[in-house]
Write a protein that binds this ligand. Sequence first.
Ligand code: RET
Length: 259
Amino acid sequence: MNGSFDVTMLSPDQFNTVYNVLSFGFASMLATTVFLYISQARVLPKYRQAIAISATVTLIALYHYWRIFNSFEAAHATAGASFNEAYRYVDWLLTVPLLLLETIAVLNLPSGERKGLVSKLVPASAAMIILGYPGEIAVENGPKMMWGALSTLPFLYILYILFVQLTKSLESQPREVAATVSRLRLLLIATWGVYPISYLLPVIMGDSAGGAGAFVGRQIGYTVADVLAKCLFGLTIYKIARLKSAADDPAYAEAEGVH
Ligand code: RET
C-alpha cells in the first residue's frame, strides 16, 4: 500500500466539496495566467521578468490542477485507479523556486546580492519539498512527523532569509512600494504556513491517513494556500511592479494613472 487515499470512501458531500475546491483552484490559475500575460506589457521592461515568472507559476499550476482533477474523478469512477498525490509535490518542486525567483526579481537588487539569495533559497526549497513527500504518503503518524520535521528545517531557513531580505529592502524602496512589500512579506508567511498545517491534519484531527475528514481538509488547505501563494501573490507582485515603474518614470505614472 502506498498510502494514497481511497476516494471511494468519501460521502457524496465530501466528494462534491473536494470536486468544487479543485475546480476553484483550476479556474483561479486559468484566470490569473491570462491576466498576467495580458498585463505584462503595462509595466516598465525591467519589471517584466517578474510578471512573466508569475504567469509561468500559475500556468504550471493550471496544468497540475487539471491533472489532479482528472485523477480525482478517475479514482472515484474507475475500479483499481488511485488518486495521485504526487502531482502537488511535482507542482511545488517547480513553482516554489520560481516564486522565490519572482520575489527576488521584483526587488531589483544588485546582481551579487541576487545571485547569493538564489543560490541559498532554490536548493533549500527543493530540500523542503523532497523531504516532505515521503511523509505525505506515509500511512503512520510516526514517519509523517519525522519527514515533516526534516522538511521544516529548510522551510524555517527560507522564511528567515526571505523575511530578513524583504525587511532590509524596505529601507531602499519608495514609501508606497515599501507598504506593499511589507504586505507581501505578511502574505508569504501567512500562506506558506498553511501548507505544513494542512499536511498535519491527519495528526491534528486524530484521523489517520486513511481518514476521509483529514483528506478533505488537506485538499481544501492545499488548494486555498495555492490560490493565495500563487494567484494573490502574483497579483501583488504586479502591483509592486506598477508602483516601482511609476516611481522610476514620471511619464509612466502620468500615462497609467499610478501615483
Ligand atoms: C510540507 C511538508 C511538511 C513540512 C513543510 C511543508 C511545507 C510546504 C510548503 C509548500 C509551499 C508551497 C508553495 C506552493 C506555491 O506554488 C512539504 C507540506 C514545512 C511551504 C508556496
